[in-house]
Design a protein around this ligand. Sequence first.
Ligand code: PBG
Length: 328
Amino acid sequence: MITGKFPSLRLRRNRKSDWSRRLVEENNLTPNDFILPVFLIDGKNKKQPIKSMPEVYRYTLDKISLVVDKAIKKGLPMIALFPYTERKKKNALGTEALNENNLVCKAIQLIKNRYKNEIGIMCDVALDPYTSHGHDGLLKSGYVLNDETINVLINQSLLQAQMGCDVLAPSDMMDGRIGKIRKALDKENLKNVQILSYAAKYASSFYGPFRDAVGSTNSLKGDKKTYQMDFRNSNEALREVSLDIKEGADMVMVKPGMPYLDIIKSIKEKFKIPVLAYQVSGEYSLLSNAIKKKLVKKDVIFESIIAFKRAGANAIVSYYADRLDKIL
Ligand code: PBG
């Protein structure tokens, strides 16, 4: 495959000027490659900073157009909604997830009413924003129950889909949930609601700032290692993905992002399915704080995001997505 020999071949020749580098570039980014996470909070007239994530905010519903307008103007195809849930609304069963007046449901309706199909809405399917113990499912003797949790996730999925959510993103890692959710959606004639499976989601310490953003840091007891994947494994990610594809996933997510580029690449090569990467909160905080402290130049953002494309990702969930013009 590699032909030619120095000195007749000089790879530096194609790098000699900016136009030439642009001419031979193999990867690039456009706004279509990004999904912007949006944090929601109860109340009025608030755009609330998140301490561990510089320049990321939680929005009350009356302020949501600040961020949605911006996302549309920048040409982003989709936003992902995440609720900060007050402690008093949490319980062991996470019943707030099924409240048709919860923050996510209200936000979906509001955005779909106001913006129609100008932008896609993606919602997590998982119970962790709503459970008092901070786990993604129902807990019994310290173990997250699989099949019982799926029954709740089905209802959460149906509810969010009925409210107008375009893409359901189960992020809970229960076995078999994609198939059950797909079947339930089809039965309710919600055949065109897409499923983006967080298929390869690792038990990671890079989620720290996110749990702060949604208010689950203090509630989480223990870790999520009995359901999220062991980061020593890669074959297991392929098994997860192949099952989810068989069960009806339209797209799959790899999460976290940058430490898992090898996983993105092998999924893309094996399955040829749309693969999304999630540049998670910990990655964002590390980069942003290092830039703030002038340890590195802000070019590290572009460099780290293009790595996802090089690895084969179709799109990237990134907290930088609303500031792309400053980055790209
Ligand atoms: C919830 C969920 C998490 C993230 C997205 N959805 C946290 C977790 O699983 O504990 C993390 C996102 C981020 O860190 O940016 N299931």
